[in-house]
Design a protein around this ligand. Sequence first.
Ligand code: ZN
Length: 406
Amino acid sequence: MTGSAIELKCECKNDPWGKKGSDSFAGRLWSQNSGNSESLKDSETYSEMWMGTYPSLESRLASDDTLLSDHLKSHPELLGKAFCRKYSTDIPFLPKILSFAKALPLQLHPDKKLAEKLHAENPDKFADANHKPEIAVALTKFELFVGFKSFEDLEEVFALKALEDILPKREKLNDEVLRETCHTLLKLSPEKVSDIVSKLKQISPSELRRNHQVPELLERLSQQYSEFDNGNLVAALLMNYMVLKPGEAVCVPADSIHAWLSGDILECMARSDNVLNTGFCPRADRDNIDLFTRALTFNPQSRVSALLPAQSSPVGWNQRTCEFAPPFNEFNVLGLSLAAGEVETHVALEGPSLLVVTQGAGEMKIQGEDKSLRLHEGSVYFVATKVQLQFSTQKELKLYRAYAVV
Ligand SMILES: [Zn+2]
């Protein structure tokens, strides 16, 4: 019998954009994760540690290596009847720890309708028929591009001489002009991209009052992916650039363009692995640009509207827990932060949850069960539905807990 809180063993991916060795938050947590004694290699990149039941990188029970999905199939009582009616025995969300030293591919995740179509047409590439809205919580300083700039900011970009001969003719900016512009920038030849990038890098920041970071961002991006990458222009010219402090979060609805630039984050998304990539990746890996720009949502999004504020959460009794509640149904994420000697109780939740310790150590007690579980950096637990938990620490403890909203 494994009880209602089950320690998990998780896997980590090694994408080339990941941070190396012990610089990688994802790598460090993975190497400390239970059942995983592998030490980090300085020369290896560690990009994403996944938690949950998504088939391509599934978590296992630390006790005996059983797949979590198999265990839940034979113990649906851990999930609860209401949950199983809605989701069967699959956990409907997928938390990950990501660490990246350079930009991830410029991407969007298709909405449900498009995901169904792509999955039917090409199941090898689009492994599921689900949408993938996601949230990202900064664990360290987090730089990112998300959504399109406001039309006020874009007007200044559209007035740039270097872009004069390529931008669509227009009366004023609207969603369609933006779609066409994005399409045009993505279709430019490598030589043309490089030519524009070098012109734009020379512009003095004072000429770009609202977009003063453009030259500096182009410099950095072209060092990472060469000056020939169309993603340089789309990201630096059209998208919101943001810098988040640890604990701050953004929300990315399905269909919304984004690219993470640097940092370590906790990501949580609906259970899907569908992605359309277009920049900051080899040309061969780019998904059809027509499909990409058709699927994109072109509502410009202000930086402020991308932010997902941490709310105080009714789940924690002692106000040591905040909550990220995105405007979609699959999950919410709790953030618990305790100093030495503090305790917090989480009320019993109606759905199952996955928690990961990102800093410090402590103990977790389950109401009604005798034993106390030891938590340390990299601990990952599945917690069954309707279980009340008490957390305590002698030094400090930070953890995130994603739960299904049933
Ligand atoms: Zn994404």
